[in-house]
Every structure is written in C-alpha cells, then in structure tokens.
Design a binder for this molecule. Structure first.
Ligand code: ZN
Length: 539
C-alpha cells in the first residue's frame, strides 16, 4: 500500500489545464466507495498504482472479479455528448484479457453503441466510437499488441478530438486514426459502465478482470499533460517488441553457441510444458494405425491416424505415403498451416502446391498430419515429436534420412520440431521465418505468442537451434503475413548465427515474386541433396 505524503498532495492539484470550466463527467477515485452503482463482485484494495501513487491522496483501487454481472454502473442518464472527450484510467489486469471492457457506453442490442475502451487478448487496446449507435469497423482504433501485461499498473487514455481517435499508454501516444464516420451517439439507452459494457462484440458484457483506479471521463480532448498524474513519471511503455530478451543469441564462439542451444531448448520445453504436459512413450504409447490404402502410381497413400501426446485419447488423422520399390526410403514430415489439412498438403492446386505429393513421388515416405488450431501453435510440439517417432519406427524409413517442411503455421511447426529434434536432418521453413518486429508489423494470428516465448529471444533466432543442420527459408516477396524486408533481416541474422556454428552456408533463403505460398524450386533439390531422394526430378 502506498500513501501520499500530505505535504505534497495539493501541490499538483488536478486542474484541467486546457481551460475547462466543467467538472469531469465521471471521476471514480474508488476511495473505499464508488459513485456509480456497484454491481456483482467489486471489491476495494490497497494495491494502488505504483510510481509514488497519484498526486491526490489515493489509498484504494477497485478490483473486478471478471464475472458477467460485475460492473460499476452509471445508468443511462450519464452520457458523453461531445465528440471531444477523454476516457482515462489506471489499469492492472489480473490475467490475459479477452476484450475486457475498461469503460464503455455500448450495447449491441438495439444498436445502442456510443463508445468503448477495451483491453484485447493480445495486450493491445481498442477504442470504438459510434456516430449513430451502429457499428463501423472504420471507426475503431486498435493499438499494436503487447503493450499491457497482466500484473502491472498502466495509465491508459482514449481521446476523441472531433473525428480523430487517439490512444495513450503511460502518456505516450500508441495509436491514432481519423474515424470515417463523424459524430457520437448520445441518445441511447445503454448504461455507462466501468469494468464492463452492456454488450460488446456480440459476446456479452466483456467484464474486466483485475484492478482499476482513477477512472475519469472528461468532455474535452485532453493532452498527456492533463491526464491524471502519478508522483513519479510512469515508465515509458515498451512494445510490442520486448526491450530486452531473456535468452538472446549472443555467442561468439562455437562452444558458447552450442551451450546456448541447450539452455534455450530446455527453456522452450519448460514454456511448452506449462501449457501442455508432455508424456513419455511409456506413459502414452506410440500408436499409429493404418486405414485404407489408395494406389497413387508412384506411391501408396494410406489414410492413417495416431495417438497424440495426451491422456484423453485424442487421435490425429494423417496421410502416410509409401513409395513403390525397395526401401528403406528417406522420409519427410509435411505440415499444413492455418485452415489447412494433410489433404491440402497433397493437393497440387492448393497454396502448398502439393509438396507432400511431390516428395512422395520423389521416393520419400511422407507423413502429413492434420492438426487442429490450438490457442498456442507450440502446444503441438509433443505431437510433432510423435510424428518423428512414428517415422523412425517404420521399417520403410531410413531413420538417418528424415526431414521436415511446412508452410505458414506449418512453417512455424517446422521451426519448433526442427529446433528441438536433431533426428530431423533438414528443414524447409516456408512462409513463416521473420523477425519479431516483422511478425508484429502485420495483424498475424496471436497463436505464435506462447506465454514467455516472445520475451525469450527474437523469434528468428529460434532457427539457430537447427544449426548446424541444413535449413531453407522460403520467403515470398509479396507475402503479406511476413513482409520481405523483415524476412531478409531475419535471414541475415540467422546467417550470422550459423557462421558462429561454423556452418554459414547450411542456412539458405529462397526469395521469389509471389504471395503466401510454397515454392519448392530450391527446396526439392536441397532436400534431395541432404536426404538422398529425387523430388527435384519429378514434374
Ligand atoms: Zn493461429
């Protein structure tokens, strides 16, 4: 608990320096009570904002339990009527949010939307303003991700000035836009609420989980100098790229580099293990079952399935190709991306250009799993190990000649398993490798943000766990998911890292003028060279 020194309290008396005559529309200080009607699980806490506390005495903050009925409710009479207004609050989320409403006058039912300030699951903020009660996507303002972390106090402010929306965190502007539709809807029947909305983004009240303090709504477009202040400046907010990494690649010699790989791999296993327990093959046996075969000429394709690394009995469907002729054969694990499947990886008309079929026709045993979308992509890591276990256990497969390739999220899965399983001798990471800065520069799916992972190292450096094994990055010039400038920068960093392992030329990049898709032109001969197949000869 932090108490204000009474001697300093009134030196910084909160005056609206922009010359406002009026009182704030709402100013909830939560000093052991609330001005609005407290509904549901609202409690008062001495855990108030740090940085010396706010300038006026501040002993209590409010804690919302995050249940749907919980809010501080001002009813329908309190309204923002000016397009110049500011909503500000100190926020300390208790957990990863999911559209948690900080404050809102917003009800989807009957098109009673006015404005809403919401915390997103990616750690970003969103500020919506409606001119007429309807929803307009071009009126919303969204910040980059990862500005707000659970368990830390921040000052956030949403400012509307005429038609311009701005969002500030700790006094720094983090997003701004000019709204396409002017005006603000004021004649509505929605309740103005703190810690919830009436109904937001279709799913309900979107209650806030965690602490709020000093929530103030002012019918003026305030500047940072006018925001509610703490005695000491709040730290400049960093993000979305972490300011420092826990385990960056900084080795200058091979021995250090190998030691870093061991440490990093151990840490990655811990992070994945926190989300998804791993079971040994003694605990959950490798169970691979063949279904019906299909004659594909150069190979036989089996519908198959295998027991995942779980105790719930969840099995994954897959396709398994065995070439004609005498084995043992080299083998490729071929992985689809978002919305894909094993079938898509075999389909020449898909964005995968049938790369799994191409390897199978080129004399490779191919295992192509169909994986579900998980909250975090990395939660499939233990199942990917099972895929390598299956290949290794098959009499058709030469266990010394196994590799992996995948596109998009399949590229990410390729990174994960190649980084963690040295049994795979070559990896083709297509449409994924990028710097952290680059991945955040476009609105990618947040499933790559395994908790703790983004803070560990730049995401491109994970590929250094593959060194000195061969790796190829397919980086299409017009891939809108991973901008080419950032994939080239990532590749330069990986080359430099591979050089430390004495294996600079083992990393290569294929850049060609296309979008988010598989290429193969460099990949097939490269994989053939390492594993001894002949996919490059097939057309
Ligand atoms: Zn995803």
């Amino acid at each position: 608990m932090r108490l204000c020194d009474p001697a300093t309290v009134w030196l910084g008396l909160l005056v609206l320096s922009s010359g406002a005559s009026g009182e704030p529309l709402v100013w909830e200080r939560f000093e052991n009570s609330a001005l609005g009607i407290v509904r549901g699980g609202v409690s008062f806490s001495n855990d108030v904002v740090g940085y010396g506390g706010v300038i006026t005495p501040n002993q209590y903050a409010v804690v919302f339990d995050g249940k749907p009925g919980t809010s501080v409710d001002y009813g329908t009479a309190k309204k923002v009527t000016s397009t110049d207004f500011t909503v500000e609050a100190f926020v300390k989320p208790a957990r990863r949010p999911s559209y948690d409403a900080i404050a809102a006058d917003w009800n989807e039912d009957g098109n009673q939307r006015s404005w809403a300030l919401v915390l997103l699951s990616n750690g970003g903020l969103r500020f919506d303003v409606s001119p007429d009660g309807d929803f307009y996507v071009e009126n919303k303002l969204q910040t980059p991700p990862r500005l707000i972390q659970p368990g830390t106090w921040y000052h956030v402010a949403a400012v509307s000035e005429g038609q311009v929306s701005r969002i500030y965190v700790n006094g720094r502007e983090v997003a701004a836009t000019t709204r396409a539709r002017p005006g603000i809807f004021s004649g509505d029947e929605a309740n103005l609420k703190i810690g919830a909305a009436d109904r937001y983004a279709t799913d309900g009240p979107r209650p806030f989980h965690g602490s709020l303090d000093e929530v103030r709504i002012t019918e003026q477009a305030l500047r940072p100098a006018d925001f509610v202040k703490t005695k000491e400046d709040m730290p400049e907010v960093v993000g979305p790229v972490p300011g420092t990494y826990e385990m960056p690649f900084a080795a200058t010699g091979k021995e250090d580099a190998v030691a870093w790989q061991e440490r990093a791999r151990k840490r990655l296993f811990e992070l994945v293990g926190e989300q998804q327990p791993r079971f040994s093959t003694e605990e959950v046996a490798v169970d691979f079952q063949f279904g019906e075969p299909e004659d594909r000429g150069a190979y036989t394709l089996y519908k198959a399935s295998f027991q995942g690394n779980n105790k719930e009995g969840t099995r994954y469907p897959c396709l398994f190709a065995i070439p004609q002729g005498e084995g043992p054969f080299p083998a490729m694990l071929c992985i689809h991306g978002h919305g894909g499947s094993a079938e898509a990886a075999f389909d020449p008309k898909s964005i995968y250009h049938g790369f799994a079929d191409r390897f199978a026709r080129g004399g490779y045993v191919v295992l192509a799993p169909s994986f579900p979308h998980r909250e975090y992509c990395a939660m499939m890591l233990w199942d990917l190990f099972r895929c390598a276990d299956i290949l290794r256990s098959r009499p058709e497969v030469d266990p010394e000649r196994m590799g992996v390739g995948g596109l998009s999220m399949g590229g990410e899965w390729t990174m994960w398993i190649a980084a963690c399983d040295p049994r795979l001798k070559v990896a083709v990471v297509s449409g994924w490798m990028c710097t952290t800065d680059g991945v955040f520069s476009v609105p990618n799916c947040v499933c790559w943000e395994l908790p703790g992972f983004v803070d560990l190292m730049d995401v491109c450096e994970v590929h250094l766990l593959i060194a000195p094994r061969r790796v190829l990055f397919e980086s299409a010039e017009y891939d809108t998911c991973f901008p080419i400038r950032h994939t080239k920068e990532g590749y330069a960093r990986i080359r430099a890292g591979y050089k430390v392992f004495g294996a600079e030329d083992a990393a290569s990049q294929d850049v060609w003028p296309a979008g988010h898709e598989w290429h193969g032109v460099v990949a097939y001969p490269l994989v053939d060279e390492v594993l001894g197949g002949r996919a490059a000869e097939v057309e």
